[in-house]
Design a protein around this ligand. Structure first.
Ligand code: SF4
Ligand code: SF4
Length: 293
């Protein structure tokens, strides 16, 4: 308990330092451009058929992570592609950074020794999830992670699956996951195809999120403030995640957010989370989303 309080105070201190001295301490890093899936809504691969997918040696990641740590980074979000394809890089990060989140598709089990928060993607019950993510994915996630308290199920909500969220919550509870969170589908910059969600189409989705929040106040891990963020999709002018977090792709180029995400139609969980101090400001609503410390 004392360790937890100490770590939360440390986070608070890092945020204070960032506010005063503009020193970044959170980074979002693509650890690979490879993925074993090709989800229909993926913005990582959208329009990037020429993506160079050569893997970097661990020694290169070691240099990069040490440099990030020297530059003040203490909280790192590891994404991809599929980061579980590089469990060696995850284990290396574990040795260097105190706070780690991983976003994974859940089909490759990350070893239990990696004791950090995992956001595992499922986009509905088996039929609809597998129509988006591929045959067999739903059952594989259940097989790999049922009962694993590191895991928060993270759904990408679309016009087609938002009415399945409640069923997903029920099964996640049954299977012993820590809780359920969600993004609203965020398009790649320039995408205006059938999955695009207009402001009108967003309204019933938001109403459903509010309804679910009232039914599962502690298990559905969006705070009321996060649902409010989702109500207004255009965050081009201001976004903690875009403005104050260091974002790096595999080639170590900086960017504003994940891959090509469109800030004018944002539904990113990271954006809605805002400032990590929010974890302290609304402890009852946010405690389950906190990093493992
Ligand atoms: S698992 Fe993630 S990175 Fe891989 S295709 Fe699906 S959305 Fe894209
Ligand atoms: S896509 Fe969303 S979370 Fe990312 S920087 Fe833009 S507004 Fe923020």
């Amino acid at each position: 308990m004392l360790k937890k309080i100490h770590s939360l105070l440390y986070l608070f201190w890092l945020e204070l330092k960032r506010t005063i001295f503009k020193v970044k301490y959170v980074a979002e890093v693509d650890v690979t451009d490879n993925c074993n899936l090709r989800c229909t809504h993926c913005y990582h691969f959208h329009g990037r058929d020429d993506l160079e997918t050569k893997e970097l040696p661990l020694s290169e990641w070691k240099k990069r992570f040490i440099n990030l740590h020297k530059a003040g980074i203490r909280f790192i979000l590891l994404v991809g592609g599929e980061p579980a394809l590089r469990c060696d890089v995850l284990m290396l990060a574990d040795k260097i950074f105190p706070f780690i989140y991983v976003i994974t598709n859940g089909t490759i089990k990350i070893p239990n020794e990696f004791n950090h928060r995992l956001f595992v993607s499922l986009d509905g019950m088996q039929k609809i999830n597998d129509s988006i993510r591929g045959d067999g994915v739903f059952l594989k996630v259940m097989e790999n992670y049922s009962g694993d308290k590191r895991v928060i199920i993270n759904a990408t909500i679309t016009k087609d699956n938002y009415q399945e969220l409640e069923d997903l919550i029920k099964i996640a509870k049954e299977r012993g996951f820590r809780g359920v969170a969600c993004n609203i589908y965020t398009p790649s910059i320039g995408y205006r195809g059938p999955m695009f969600i207009t402001e009108e189409e967003r309204k019933p989705i938001i109403n459903e999120l509010k309804r679910i929040k009232s039914l599962y106040p502690t298990y559905f891990l969006l705070s009321k403030a996060m649902i409010k963020w989702y109500e207004y999709p255009d965050h081009r002018n201001s976004c903690y995640w875009g403005d104050t977090v260091l974002h790096l792709d595999v080639s170590w180029n900086t960017r504003r957010c994940f891959a090509n995400a469109d800030c004018s139609n944002c539904g990113c969980l990271a954006g809605s989370l805002q400032n990590p101090v929010g974890l302290i400001k609304s402890p009852l609503e946010m405690r389950k989303l906190a990093p493992i410390i």
